[in-house]
Structure formats: C-alpha cells, structure tokens
Design a protein around this ligand. Structure first.
Ligand code: ZN
Length: 430
C-alpha cells in the first residue's frame, strides 16, 4: 500500500535526469512506483521544495576512527614526511581507542556522512582487539560497537571486516598492529560467522597484500565465494607496497590477488586506491571494482588514479571518504576527473558516450558504490528501498545555473553543502 507520494521537481532516476517525478513509497519504505508528478489520485503528497533528488550516496571505503585525527597530521616532523610517517600518527590514535571511544568517534563520523547525503557506508574496520592483541571477552566487541553506531545514526552499513596478520613478508606484526590481528584465519572466520549469523552485512577484507600471506588470502577468497560475499583490499596505494610484493611474489598486488582466485566472479572484488598500477593490472581489474579516495590520496601523497583508463577497460568505479578528514562524496567525485586533468593535461576523459560528465561522477558516488558493496539498489527505481538525497536548488550555489544543468554543476563544481534532506529506507533523517 502506498503511504507517501514524494514529488520531485527534478530527479536523477535510473541514470536519467527527469522533471516532475513522483515517487510512490510504500509502508515498508520501498519505491512502489516512479511516475509523473502531474498525475492525480495518490495519498499524502510531500514536496520538499525546489529540489533535485538523487539516489542516496554510497561511501565504499571508510575508516571511521581516523576522523579523530582530522587536522592534526600536518606539522612537519623531523625526517621523512610521507604516507608512512602519517601512518605513525594514525597508529597512535588507533592504540588509544577503547570500546566507548571507538563507538563515539564512529557515531560522529557516520552522523557527518548522513548529513552529507551518504546513506550507505562500507566501514573497513581493522581495530579488533585490546592494544596488546588480546581479544576482548567478546572477540567481536569493537565490531558490535561499529554496528551499533550505524544503527543509532540510521545509516546502512556493510562491515568490511579486516583480516590482518603481519607487518610484511616474513615480519611479525609491529606492536602497534597487534590489536588488528587475529591469531589465525579460522579465528577471524569464526568472528565473521558470528557477525553474519546476527544479520550483519559483512565483506571479507584482507587489509592489503603486505598484511596477509598468499595462503591466507586464498582461504579468505574461498570463504567469500562460498558465501557470496564481496572482497575488499587496499591495493597498490604506494610504490613501496608494489616493490615489496614483487620481491615476495614476483608480481604486482593485483597479480597476487589474481593468483588467489579473487577475480573469478565479476564485480565481487574491490581494489581500494589502485594509484600505482602496471600495464597488466588494468586488464586484471577490468571485470572488478576500484574505489578511489581522492581527498585522502592527496592528503597522504599516494598518487593519482588513472580513472579514465580503468573505466574504458570496464572497471566499475566507486568512491570512499577513507580517512574521513573530509567527508564529502561530491568533492571526491569531482576530483576523480579534476585530478586526472592535472596529471594528464587533458579534459573530459571520463565523460560518457554522449559527452556528459555529471552523470558519470554521480554514478560513481551512487551506483558504483552499491556495486562495490554488493548492494542491488541505489538508482531511485521501482522495487528499491527509498534511499534519496534532496539537493536544494534555491541554494545560492545554484543561482544562474539552469536546473537542467544542476547535476553537472553539483558534481563538477560543488560540494555536499546544498543537501537539505536525506531519506533512508523511506525515513526522513534530517
Ligand atoms: Zn583505507
């Protein structure tokens, strides 16, 4: 039964920009029908002003606790200032977390995401145990805190539960990494079994090629395939990671994951970053998903993803707020194109077959993320949960912008600031 008919002056639905759209939402929070707003005879009509409606944004890669070091990692330190020195500061924050502290910072980060239009987050969660590595009485203590934070905020969660075992080839974990580590693949999978049995949407997540052996990754991939779960990993974020991988495995990180069978099924594997791929890697990843995190990659000095080349090879592109220093997927989407312009001295390489750019960037921020997290929806179409973002076209940002160009203006020049309302499963959240 239809409960509410939402009327949208403009909506990007099913990948197309339409005028005067009506979304009939049933009592279960699903879209029963997408129709013409000028038709009559519906129940409660609800109009949230002069607005452009988008599908809920999907954040495919987050470490919520890193929100706690926003603005605190930019003083030059003696010696090397790089990704690796940033990591030292981040590890100090990870060491200091207790269950209540993790809940509090995660809840803050998720609440900020929701306000920025994110309705679904993939939380790449790796702080599992006590600081010395001893499990809590409940070994999933910290994972439950993440789950609770998402429930309390009202954001959809895919818990990308991380497996971590070592500091690199043949190296025991550093003291600061002990709380990330399970004692074995079996101990990790037992935690995953418990989370899944409780209804948590879980992804299998070897942290990176340096943090697990090839045998361990093979076991993790086999489990994911047996239970039809997505696999995520940090991949080729730094040149040093590639060099160490070549020394250990004689191939790139993508080549090593290929050997483990991670690419056996299309779109079930997501490589996060992929800023240092070699020639063969573009082909390897062509049936899979890559998650770009441009603001974090800039912050950490990672490098620039060749997004147009991946897209033309067939790779599905998604976006992540990663370190959460900045929580704004509209900006992440814009930088996917703008960073490429800086790196390659060319423009409009990501544009679609009709020459448009806005829809490509909007797709990465919505459907691309849903693909990465194994979710079927995020297109504002019939049968899907009603997850939506209401962009205020009366915001000063849109002055002198014809509404037909609002999607392009938002994603090529904007931020999430004009987002006025966010709907998750039919519920208005702001
Ligand atoms: Zn990350």
């Amino acid at each position: 039964m239809i409960q509410t008919a939402y009327v949208a002056p403009w909506a990007w639905t099913g990948g197309a920009l339409r005028r005067d759209v009506r979304f009939d939402v049933d009592a279960d929070g699903r879209i029963a029908n997408v129709g013409d707003a000028n038709e009559r005879g519906e129940p409660l009509r609800r109009t949230l002003g002069n607005a452009l409606w988008l599908p809920g944004l999907v954040n495919a890669h987050s470490h919520a606790f890193q929100r706690g070091i926003r603005g605190q990692t930019h003083r030059r330190a003696p010696g090397e200032n790089s990704f690796w020195s940033w990591r030292t500061a981040m590890y100090a924050a990870a060491q200091a977390l207790d269950p209540d502290g993790l809940y509090a910072i995660t809840r803050s980060a998720f609440a900020e995401m929701l306000r920025a239009g994110i309705t679904h987050v993939g939380e790449f969660h790796y702080v599992h145990h006590q600081p010395d590595g001893t499990p809590y009485d409940d070994p999933n203590e910290l994972s439950w805190r993440v789950v609770q934070a998402a429930r309390d905020v009202g954001i959809r969660l895919t818990l990308l539960e991380v497996f971590y075992a070592r500091a690199g080839a043949g190296k025991a974990p550093l003291p600061q990494q002990r709380r990330f580590c399970d004692t074995s693949v079996d101990a990790y999978l037992s935690r995953v079994d418990t989370l899944r049995a409780a209804g948590v949407d879980v992804g299998i997540t070897p942290h990176s090629i340096r943090a697990a052996s090839i045998e361990q990754i093979r076991e993790l991939v086999a489990y994911a395939q047996e239970h039809d779960l997505v696999v995520h990993t940090h991949l080729s974020e730094q040149p040093r990671e590639n060099e160490e991988c070549r020394a250990e495995h004689g191939t790139t990180p993508a080549g090593a994951f290929e050997r483990c069978g991670a690419f056996a099924r299309p779109r079930r594997f997501t490589a996060v970053h992929a800023t240092h791929l070699d020639e063969d890697d573009f082909e390897r990843l062509s049936t899979q998903s890559v998650c770009a995190c441009p603001t974090t990659e800039a912050d950490l000095g990672d490098g620039i993803l060749d997004a147009p080349r991946l897209a033309s090879a067939g790779t599905s592109l998604s976006l992540g707020s990663d370190s959460n220093a900045i929580i704004d997927l509209v900006q992440e989407a814009r930088l996917l194109e703008m960073n490429d312009r800086l790196a390659r001295g060319a423009r409009c390489r990501l544009n679609d077959d009709e020459g448009a750019l806005g829809p490509v960037l909007a797709h990465a921020a919505t459907r691309g993320g849903a693909v990465a997290l194994g979710a079927s929806s995020s297109g504002l179409q019939e049968g899907e949960p009603f997850d939506a973002v209401v962009v205020d076209l009366d915001d000063p940002f849109f002055e002198h912008v014809p509404p037909a160009h609002a999607l392009d203006a938002l994603f090529t020049a904007g931020t999430s600031a004009p987002i006025r309302q966010v709907v998750v499963h039919g519920r208005e959240m702001l």
